[in-house]
Design a protein around this ligand. Structure first.
Ligand SMILES: [Zn+2]
Length: 379
């Protein structure tokens, strides 16, 4: 992960880069910030930067062999320690869950510990970092680095170390040469004082509303009004912002599928196309209407991805996947392009104050003809 792909935190990124230039990298630092501030991402980007073979101004290159491995979280000199649970494996260690860790981090580098534990755990167990894990860290520190200058140990959520953390004190105080500990924590009150006194604490500020809004609008396809509303609610927590954006997407999914069903059958669950257009007109507001149309466009893009690249690369829910498969079976390339063109036109006119009821009515009639002509069956 490059620094440039992390939201905001510009002065902190510079501070970290500067510490390398000045040869003053502390051997144990703690990035202390609230959930969703991006401190785990910063730790990962800093580890990548430390070992990058071709550093550019204020960032790693992202292309050298060290960066390529860092980005996939498979660098042999960058070690991850995180809470794990014992339901699937007795005496579990972080390494036992490394595949899941890579997947979940790629999925959402802003995840919190509950998200992570839910991803690896079916029961209601808490995650923790065990004494065995601490001994494993010490054992691993005895090896030379495999291929880079620095050996980096990233410990996520040291709050869950408990008193086992004392096993690490000597290593934190005097690690072997070129070994850097990066602890990533939310709450210093839950961390042993003996650990706190051995690390340099770097405070990670909360993200600004403007940074969250920009990210939601440009990367998550959220409308301006909704992005502002989300930013107001989450108080700098981007993990929370992503969850709220996902809820919006779920609402759009339900509404858009209802729209398509009505277009095909004339009515669904007692609602006709006219009922639907009236409901949209009354309930949604112009920004949400645009969101609904943008959802339709995103879905069509995924329909193409599914056809040409395959299921693994398409980001589709179960219902969307079913629909996308039907579309690919029944609709020609040209028909799908026609749908995209009509959706884009509808967005364009909606932004220019077209009457929403008439606009959705026209779009519905168009889709109805096109879907019926091609006999798409919606379940
Ligand atoms: Zn590099």
């Amino acid at each position: 992960m490059k620094f440039s792909s992390i939201i905001g935190q510009e002065s902190l990124k510079q501070q970290l880069v500067q510490s390398v230039a000045n040869k003053r990298v502390p051997h144990a630092i703690m990035l202390l910030g609230r959930e969703g501030s991006g401190h785990l991402s910063l730790a990962v980007a800093f580890a990548q930067y430390l070992n990058c073979e071709n550093k550019i101004e204020y960032d790693s290159c992202g292309e050298c062999s060290s960066c390529v491995k860092s980005q996939k979280l498979i660098h042999p000199d960058i070690h991850f320690v995180y809470p794990v649970t014992s339901t699937k494996i007795k005496k579990p260690k972080s390494a036992d869950f490394i595949q899941e860790w890579r997947k979940e981090f790629a999925n959402n580098p802003y995840q919190n510990v509950q998200d992570w534990v839910e991803a690896i755990e079916s029961d209601n167990k808490q995650g923790n970092i065990s004494a065995d894990e601490c001994r494993e860290i010490i054992r691993m520190l005895n090896f030379k680095t495999f291929e880079s200058v620095y050996k980096v140990v990233i410990i996520w959520m040291p709050e869950l170390l408990g008193k086992e953390g004392n096993i690490l004190l000597k290593s934190l105080e005097e690690p072997p040469d070129n070994t850097i500990f990066i602890l990533v924590a939310n709450n210093e009150e839950q961390i042993l004082n003996t650990i706190l006194s051995r690390v340099q604490i770097v405070k990670v500020p909360r993200l600004k509303d403007s940074e969250i809004i920009y990210q939601l609008e440009t990367k998550e396809a959220v409308g301006t009004k909704e992005a502002h509303a989300i930013a107001r609610q989450v108080d700098g927590n981007f993990n929370e912002a992503l969850k709220l954006a996902k809820n919006l997407e779920d609402d759009n999914e339900k509404l858009y599928l209802l729209f398509l069903r009505i277009c095909l059958k004339g009515s669904h669950e007692g609602k006709s196309l006219i009922d639907f257009c009236e409901k949209v007109n009354v309930d949604l507001g112009r920004e949400n209407m645009k969101g609904l149309l943008r959802y339709g466009l995103d879905l069509m893009r995924e329909v193409f991805v599914l056809e040409h690249i395959g299921e693994a690369k398409a980001r589709l829910t179960e219902n969307e996947l079913k629909l996308a498969q039907y579309m690919n079976q029944r609709l020609s390339f040209q028909s799908k392009e026609e749908i995209i063109k009509r959706l884009e036109e509808s967005c364009f006119y909606l932004e220019r104050n077209a009457n929403p009821k008439i606009l959705f009515m026209n779009l519905g009639i168009f889709l109805s003809h096109l879907l019926k002509r091609n006999e798409v069956v919606l379940t």
